[in-house]
Design a protein around this ligand. Structure first.
Ligand code: ZN
Length: 224
């Protein structure tokens, strides 16, 4: 293992609005940034291509890992074409867009990868604020995993979650502040139906993204 480089961060990077904002947040806060993208069996391989393109445009070394087994472990509508996507969060649990274990595996694998590359800072775009009902986006889980990862490898990883306590409108504001509002708006892929930028407009991810953008634009207009 290389000596720990405190000035480098590894971003868990999907090429969506949130992780792209995090990528540029990391570029502002660390001397060096690398990105790691996972294929977890998602229907739209375009996600991976989008992530690679954005990382290239951002001049960030990009790494890719195929962990498709994650999508096969449990039934969910992001990796299984036969399941119709939940429009809303059911009363009795997370929506079927929840991929159980996804952030647990992603961050654990990212930590091992980071250790091999002498990196101690991990960045992820999870948020508890616009909570879709995914338990692995909550702050308590991230903090607990951070402790477990440190214990498991006797390391001092720090998991950064710049979006944890901000909503989608504030995430747009952050992208704007970082000078990448247009890039995030036109180049990222959040849509569950695989459409870059504006998206399909219909899926839950598009709705959340659009509502956030509209709220942010309203706030800007009110300020003027
Ligand atoms: Zn969509």
């Amino acid at each position: 293992m290389k000596p720990i480089n405190k000035e480098t961060a590894l971003v868990v990077f999907s090429g969506g609005q949130d992780s792209t904002t995090c990528l540029f947040w990391a570029k502002k806060n660390f001397k060096r940034v690398e990105a790691l993208t996972f294929r977890y069996g998602q229907k739209h391989i375009k996600e991976v291509e989008t992530a690679e393109q954005i990382a290239c445009d951002a001049d960030v070394p990009w790494h890719f890992m195929d962990v498709s087994f994650i999508g096969k472990l449990a039934k969910n509508s992001l990796t299984d074409n036969s399941i119709i996507m939940d429009e809303k969060k059911p009363v009795d649990g997370p929506p079927n867009t929840f991929v159980p274990g996804r952030n647990l595996f992603f961050l654990s694998i990212a930590a091992v990868f980071a250790r091999e590359h002498g990196i101690s800072h991990l960045v992820t775009g999870v948020s508890e604020t616009d909570f879709s009902g995914y338990p692995d986006c909550r702050d308590a889980f991230i903090k607990s995993l951070n402790v477990s990862l440190n214990l498991s490898m006797d390391e001092q990883f720090v998991i950064h979650t710049p979006l944890m306590w901000i909503d989608k409108a504030q995430t747009w504001a952050l992208a704007d502040e970082l000078g990448v509002f247009d890039l995030v708006r036109t180049k990222t892929l959040t849509c569950y139906n695989g459409i870059i930028g504006k998206g399909c407009g219909e899926c839950p991810a598009c709705k959340l993204r659009r509502e956030g953008l509209e709220k942010y634009m309203r706030l800007i207009r009110e300020k003027e």
